[in-house]
Design a protein around this ligand. Structure first.
Ligand code: GDP
Length: 433
């Protein structure tokens, strides 16, 4: 997706505008821990064009001095974005900090849309002409609190997006390694590339998102999206957690299958759960990769013990296969391509309605539908409406009667009958007309 980055000094209203642009589109999955708070990245749509949005102001750069923070946020915007929304505010006129941002943005070869926020009062409209001095053409007025002017700004932004992002139009299987620092993502990337025939590798710096490498294995073509490599370039902001999270989210967005990497040596940490939560929420295929398996002294129980811990800690990922590997000794790395192929296939699996309804009727026969407040749930018909992830609509007499446990039961019946290992399965209840 093309990417918009919002940049500007503190207090001009970046996060308000960010939230307005995302609108209702922020999806919240209740049972995933810590995913939706402090959001600085999301997807939106305007005039039928989808795009990603980054609020660079939300990237917490710790104790860095004020001007340095502004500089770094602008650099992030340049690095990540196709179009930059440079936000200023009518309140204080053009400030030194605005000029600083402008200086950084001049250096970039990216379209910049300049907006002046907090023009809540029409009488102040005259003052926006001062902002021509920043050198980005016509300043567009905006009132974040009243929501006025945003449409024109989004028009300008969408018009400035590149015509086509050629990123995703091949049919290779796209995957990425996701995980907190030091779990061994870079090592896994290198080990995999060492074992397989590389077709094309983008040189670092030519892609903004990540380093993509195409390779062949088991008769398939893969694109590996490597976010870890970029982080290693070592700019200050690249070590901040939110930046790392945003990178991970962007990689997840582009992946068919996400390999969530854990570190066997250190066990499971809070941050691992967050990372896994993102992948789950995005509906991608997931494989749990326990790396550094070479570091443990093992007996007959070690693997099943570890597996039990992973299952207990990541209950919502009960569909994801687990593999124990070592980037160092290359143990079981050869299995990964085949597992990725299988999960990608499961993600796009389509089930005929007739077959689906046989399963549904059998399920109801085994476990009758529940009665809630004296009213019985009736289930009439099921059909698949989407893949990636497989999504089913079940037509019922009253969607409120389909409680979590029965929904879960139906999904489990589907999983038992068809191979959906590694992919979330979504079930939507609709009222039959
Ligand atoms: P990243 O931050 O997730 O990309 O992690 P790195 O790939 O940089 O690895 C972090 C550290 O763990 C490095 O010192 C690696 O050499 C080490 N490491 C990575 N994979 C393995 C493994 O399978 N076994 C062992 N023993 N060490 C590993």
């Amino acid at each position: 997706l093309p990417t918009l980055a919002i940049v500007g000094r503190p207090n001009v209203g970046k996060s308000t505008i960010f939230n307005r642009i995302l609108g209702e589109r922020i999806s919240i999955v209740e049972d995933t821990p810590g995913v939706t708070r402090d959001r600085i990245y999301g997807n939106s749509e305007w005039l039928g064009k989808s795009f990603s949005v980054i609020d660079t102001g939300g990237i917490d750069l710790g104790d860095e001095p004020f001007m340095s923070q502004i500089t770094q946020q602008a650099e992030i915007a340049i690095e990540e974005a196709d179009v930059i929304l440079f936000l200023t505010s009518i309140e204080n006129g053009v400030t030194d900090a605005d000029e600083r941002v402008a200086q950084i943005l001049y250096r970039a070869d990216k379209p910049v849309v300049l907006a002046v926020n907090k023009v809540d009062n029409p009488e102040r409209r005259q003052d926006i002409y001062d902002f021509y001095s920043l050198g980005f053409g016509e300043p567009l007025p905006l009132s974040g609190t009243h929501g006025i002017g945003l449409g024109d700004i989004l028009d300008a932004i969408v018009a400035a997006f590149p015509d086509e992002v050629k990123d995703d139009d091949d049919d290779s299987i796209k995957f990425s390694f996701i995980g907190r620092p030091n779990v061994g993502k870079s090592s896994l990337v290198n080990a995999i590339l060492g074992e397989n025939r590389v077709i094309v590798s983008n040189i670092e710096g030519t892609t903004r998102d990540a380093i993509d490498t195409k390779f062949e294995a088991d008769g398939e073509t893969f694109t590996m999206i490597d976010t870890a490599g970029i982080r290693k370039r070592g700019k200050v902001y690249e070590n901040t957690e939110k930046y790392a999270v945003m990178r991970a989210l962007r990689a997840i967005d582009r992946s068919d299958v996400v390999l969530v990497v854990l570190n066997a040596e250190e066990g499971i940490r809070e941050q691992d759960k967050k990372v896994a939560g993102y992948a789950h929420e995005a509906g991608r295929g997931i494989i749990i990769v326990v790396n550094k398996w070479d570091t443990l002294d093992k007996d007959n129980h070690t693997m099943s013990d570890f597996e039990n811990i992973v299952r207990a800690e990541f209950q919502y990922l009960d569909y994801a296969p687990i593999v124990f590997v070592s980037a160092l000794t290359k143990q079981r790395l050869k299995n990964l391509p085949q597992m990725i192929i299988q999960v990608a296939e499961n993600q796009t699996r389509r089930i005929q309605s007739s077959v689906l309804n046989d399963v549904l009727m059998d399920a109801i026969a085994v476990t009758p539908t529940p009665t809630v407040n004296g009213k019985r749930l009736r289930v009439y018909y099921m059909t698949q409406v989407a893949v990636k992830p497989p999504t089913f609509v079940v037509f019922v007499n009253d969607p409120d009667l389909l409680h979590f446990s029965y929904e879960r039961f139906l999904i489990n019946q589907l999983r038992r009958t068809f191979d959906f290992e590694g992919t979330p399965v979504h079930l939507i209840a609709r009222h039959r007309k």
